[in-house]
Design a protein around this ligand. Structure first.
Ligand code: HEC
Length: 205
């Protein structure tokens, strides 16, 4: 063992110990030796650079301005639309999208049932076909869309009120509503299945 390692802590510790003992006996703290403060200037926090902030430009509130003139460009602040012809730029090569047929007709019919039973109190199909809605979700993962419904719907209910199957089925109903193609197999309600796909309402223009 390195002798240095043993001796260093002791040297450091003993004055401390002495202080403790003194304090303990005296009952009151030793007369304040004005601890010589190191003359290090308190770091003056650099004046905060004023946030290069143009105030976030008014993004339309969800559901507003159905007749907004700029169809697909507005309303999706966070996701630049990804050109479909070069998905490999985003590591999305080979990942299926809603254009590939990721649900079946039977599943969408079940979804229609969920819609009629639960969603139609507040929604009608036009809610899920308008430009603002489509723009908001275009290029997102199917999972994100799925999860929004799972967590947030029906409004006013606690999260996760619907079963995973109900959510999955109603998502496929919304896909069908927008004329996205059916495929040979159902969209599975498990995380992996849903997470595997990207949501596009149509081919890139
Ligand atoms: C009690 C009323 C109510 C019910 C029932 C309901 N929703 Fe909603 N839903 C809302 C409201 C209100 C909003 C808007 C929430 C917001 O903007 O924050 C909304 C928003 C949504 C959105 C997002 C729309 C967008 O423009 O991005 C989807 C998708 C959705 N609902 C799906 C469903 C589905 C599917 C069902 C049935 C399983 C359902 N909702 C049932 C009230 C409801």
């Amino acid at each position: 063992m390195n002798p240095l390692m043993a001796s260093v802590p002791i040297r450091v510790a003993s004055p401390l110990l002495a202080a403790l003992v003194l304090a303990g006996c005296g009952g009151s703290p030793p007369a304040a030796e004005p601890a010589p403060r190191p003359p290090v200037a308190v770091e003056a926090p650099e004046e905060t650079v004023s946030p290069a902030g143009a105030p976030a430009s008014g993004v339309g509130a969800p559901g507003e301005a159905p007749g907004a003139p700029a169809p697909m460009a507005s309303g999706t602040p966070r996701s630049p639309s990804i050109p479909l012809d070069s998905p490999e730029d985003d590591g999305r090569a080979g990942e299926a999208t809603t254009l590939d047929g990721i649900y079946t007709g039977a599943q969408a019919r079940r979804g229609l049932g969920v819609y009629r039973q639960i969603c139609s109190d507040c929604h009608d199909p036009a809610d899920w076909q308008d430009e603002a809605f489509l723009a908001r979700w275009n290029g997102e993962s199917v999972y994100r869309f799925w999860y929004y419904i799972y967590e947030q719907m029906p409004e006013g209910e606690p999260p996760y009120t619907l079963s995973r199957e109900q959510v999955t089925d109603v998502v496929t109903y919304i896909l069908q509503l927008n004329a996205l193609p059916e495929g040979p197999s159902e969209l599975g309600p498990d995380e992996d299945s849903i997470d595997d796909h990207w949501l596009y309402w149509g081919p890139a223009p």
